[in-house]
Design a protein around this ligand. Structure first.
Ligand code: PGA
Ligand code: ZN
Length: 405
């Protein structure tokens, strides 16, 4: 496939920060794609270029991309990686390379008259129908770096256990409505964080789970809702003191933090915990992931950064049983797919994830379906930039029901 033209635009993400959008043309087909931004960014992630600099840099390489015949996404990404020539994509920026990589996939899918997920599926190592629907991880209480106040644990999520994605979304919306009412009474008003969840006052990290339980029982959803956490522990780890500052007046060691988790897991119905320790503490992760008494799924995000080699290391060390996949962490779709295939091969659960500052691009929903992901994580069931991802996955699951099953 040859690309006839590419235009780059600067748009605003949900945090009001500038980000990149690419419009790509081939023949009479035109597609567009944009990229999100993270805040709790891991040190293993690729370099993010200032969007204005990225546009200027792109103008210099544009002519070299146009009119080249690309066989597929591997070929296209390989071409860009060679042009960049650095290990962490610092010449052009992971954001610039990814926005082009995503747009190429949209374009190639359209050329081949395929849905995006069908195009991506060609690069996934498992074939055939998916056995289970993906879960939705709805972030309803925002803490840590995504909130102006509240607990230092970054995300308190609910996970509906219902075999119909539309009903999962509706159930989460009912739950969220109950939570908003509770917060209004308790804190006087509703304030929302970066991912559209509610913000609370006070650093008590157990309280959100107590509130979740109360709402769940009030709504008679005991068998239908489980809870998940994204601790993003790196954000409150003090490297010099080697302590986790889980509250202003509570600084704990790795061992003490492990005990806190064990207590939370015993007390509440916690399905998964993401980034329970700082991003280089593979041993801490391992202590949780290999504890036979703990059934909770231990997920790496900043730990693994969608990076093939790092995931390989985490698997070898038995540090995780689930992995967050964010294309922005690695900067191309072909490398993202390679990391996904490694997770599949090793039976590591895949969670395809948005970032805290999003756009209305729903690429990750198709990626979640194509990769047989265990779950899609896209924030609260309310802001438009989060809803487009949930709705797209519902649409795909209906398509499969009607056409294939
Ligand atoms: P980020 O956070 O997008 O701000 O990095 C999301 C996460 O930690 O999962
Ligand atoms: Zn995370």
């Amino acid at each position: 496939m040859k690309i006839d033209n590419i235009f780059l635009k600067i748009i605003y993400d949900s945090r009001g920060q500038e980000t990149l959008k690419a419009i790509m043309r081939s023949g009479n087909i035109e597609v567009s794609s944009s990229v999100p931004h993270g805040k709790s960014v891991g040190e293993k992630e690729v370099f993010v270029m200032n969007p204005y600099t990225a546009v200027r840099k792109f103008e210099k390489i544009k002519e070299r991309i146009l009119n080249v015949e690309f066989a597929d996404i591997n070929d296209f990404d390989g071409f860009l990686l060679e042009l960049d020539g650095t290990k962490n994509k610092s010449a052009f920026g992971g954001n610039l390379i990814l926005v082009l990589s995503q747009a190429f996939c949209y374009l190639a899918a359209k050329k081949e008259k395929l849905e995006l997920w069908q195009y991506l599926e060609k690069y996934i190592s498992i074939k055939g129908k998916r056995k289970d629907l993906p879960l939705f991880l709805f972030n309803l209480i925002n803490g840590g770096q995504h909130a102006v106040s509240g607990p230092r644990i970054q995300e308190y999520m609910i996970v509906p256990q219902i075999k119909d994605l539309k009903v999962c979304l509706e159930t989460a919306q009912i739950f969220f409505a109950g939570l908003k009412e509770y917060f209004k009474k308790e804190f006087g008003k509703n304030v929302f964080g970066d991912e559209g969840g509610l913000i609370m006052l006070g650093e008590d990290y157990t309280k959100p789970l107590e509130i979740f339980e109360e709402i769940r029982d009030q709504l008679n959803l005991k068998d239908k809702i489980r809870f998940s956490l994204d601790v993003a522990a790196d954000s409150f780890y003090n490297r010099e003191k080697e302590k986790y500052e889980i509250k202003e007046d509570k600084s704990v060691s790795q061992k003490e933090l492990l005990e806190i988790y064990t207590k939370l897991i015993t007390r509440f119905d916690i399905l998964s915990i993401e980034d329970p320790f700082e991003e280089n503490d593979f041993e801490g992760f391992k202590a949780l992931a290999t504890n036979r008494k703990i059934k909770t799924i231990i997920i790496g995000d900043d730990l693994t950064a969608t990076n093939y080699e790092v995931l390989e290391k985490a698997i070898k060390l038995k540090a995780i049983n689930g992995v967050i996949i964010k294309p922005t962490q690695i900067g191309t779709i072909s490398e993202t797919l390679k990391t996904i295939n490694l997770a599949i091969k090793n039976k590591i659960k895949i969670i395809i994830s948005h970032r805290s500052a999003e756009t209305e691009d729903n690429f990750i929903a198709d990626l979640a379906w194509a990769s047989r992901a265990w779950a899609l994580k896209s924030g609260a069931p309310q802001p438009e930039e989060r809803m487009v991802k949930y709705n797209r996955l519902i649409q795909i699951s209906n398509y499969e029901k009607n056409h294939l099953l």
